[in-house]
Design a binder for this molecule. Structure first.
Ligand code: NDP
Length: 247
């Protein structure tokens, strides 16, 4: 589905929450979903970055987004409950969630992973997405068809030396997606994972500082699969982990 040619209004009438919407793949997903008709809810920890994406979307004449400033590191179940209530009051339902925000943490030998580093990466990449999903499910269930997309990585499928906590968080993300996909089979919420593959962002540059970024796909290049999974053309797809750049 990486050659998916999305119909112009494939996301019209859809309300979609994107985490980590201020930079990298999340910012591009927000701009793209808005261009294809969605009303976007931009969640992230740096308000100025969210505001810049908001301004671009409004300037382009697309549906006005909402902004939720939230640092997943300190967020609690109560924050997510409040967020779900606000979304229900403002929009009446939620049609999609792109769980995109993540941190890489330090790449190091397993023996050297500091305890606080482990806790932070698991909190942001896994627990945040888990609690948010749990608290958003009632408002997702109010949509005709809702799509929840988690973001995985190739190191979430095959372990690799020195990718420590990040890799473990992505393996667990794949597992969480499968559990949810089974529980909600034949209901109105579907769950899948996307693996972007190497993409030209700050995270990739931090992981591979010697790499020439010009050799990588841009976030815009990989959007067809994101549009496919968010739109109703993928209604039958549940429990899959799909690659933007299959080998
Ligand atoms: P970036 O580091 O460029 O962007 C990550 C986004 O997540 C930023 O907007 C960042 O906000 C936000 N974020 C980080 N921590 C928190 C937090 N505690 N609370 C709220 N928001 C937070 O990453 P990419 O765009 O490269 O990655 C997007 C997703 O794709 C991630 O899940 C990543 O694991 C995955 N991925 C990326 C690959 C790549 O090659 N780029 C390859 C495989 C997977 P802020 O800007 O304010 O820090």
């Amino acid at each position: 589905m990486n050659d998916y040619n999305a119909p112009e209004n494939v996301l019209s009438e859809k309300v979609i929450l994107i985490t980590g919407a201020g930079a990298g793949i999340g910012a591009e997903a927000a701009r793209t979903f808005a261009r294809f008709g969605a009303t976007c809810i931009l969640l992230g920890r740096t308000v100025s970055k969210l505001e810049a994406v908001y301004d671009e979307i409004v300037a382009a004449g697309y549906a006005e987004p909402a902004i939720i400033p939230l640092d997943l590191k300190g967020a609690t179940a109560k924050n997510y409950e409040d967020m779900a209530r606000t979304i229900q009051d403002q929009f009446g339902r939620l049609d999609g969630v792109l769980h995109n925000a993540s941190v890489l943490g330090q790449l190091s030998a397993f023996e050297d992973i500091p305890e606080d580093e482990w806790q932070d990466v698991i909190q942001i990449n896994l627990t945040g997405a888990a609690l948010m999903t749990q608290k958003l499910l009632p408002v997702l269930r109010l949509a005709d068809h809702a799509s929840v997309v988690f973001t995985t990585s190739s190191v979430g499928r095959t372990g690799r030396s020195f990718w420590g906590t990040y890799a473990v968080s992505k393996f667990a993300t794949e597992g969480m997606m499968q559990v949810l996909a089974c529980e909600y089979e034949n209901r109105n919420v579907r769950f899948n994972c996307i693996n972007p593959g190497g993409t030209r962002t700050d995270m990739r540059a931090n992981a591979f500082p010697a790499e020439d970024p010009q050799t990588l796909k841009t976030p815009a290049d990989i959007m067809p699969l994101y549009l496919y999974l968010m739109g109703d053309d993928s209604l039958a797809v549940n429990g899959q982990s799909l690659d933007c750049q299959p080998k």
